[in-house]
Design a protein. Sequence first.
Length: 126
Amino acid sequence: MPQFDTFSFFSQLFWVFLAFTTLYLLFSFYLLPALAAILKTRKRKLASQMNSHSHILSSTTNVNSATESTNSLIITLSNKINSFDNSNSQNTNLNTTLNALSLQIEASKRLNISILSQAQLSTLFF
């Protein structure tokens, strides 16, 4: 059997031992520490991005609460408009106020949408 040839057996054993030792040293002192450092920085970067995304989401909830408060203000103003049917000047002032508030609501909705889209884009790129 050629694998038990005593002439080449010790030579093969020597080179196998040398190759495995070299690979072990290469992996343990170079590749694995570099991989661990990469994974640690990635974990830290993801944690910091999650904190910034939670800040963005909290600001969007603030925008949503502001939108809800302006919606309730519009409802109360429209109720006042209906109650003051007799005076045209008051109706005109309330209508202009109502129109201004509806424009503010639309602007806050656009801001909310832009904040959410930026948050989604930042999650794609990081």
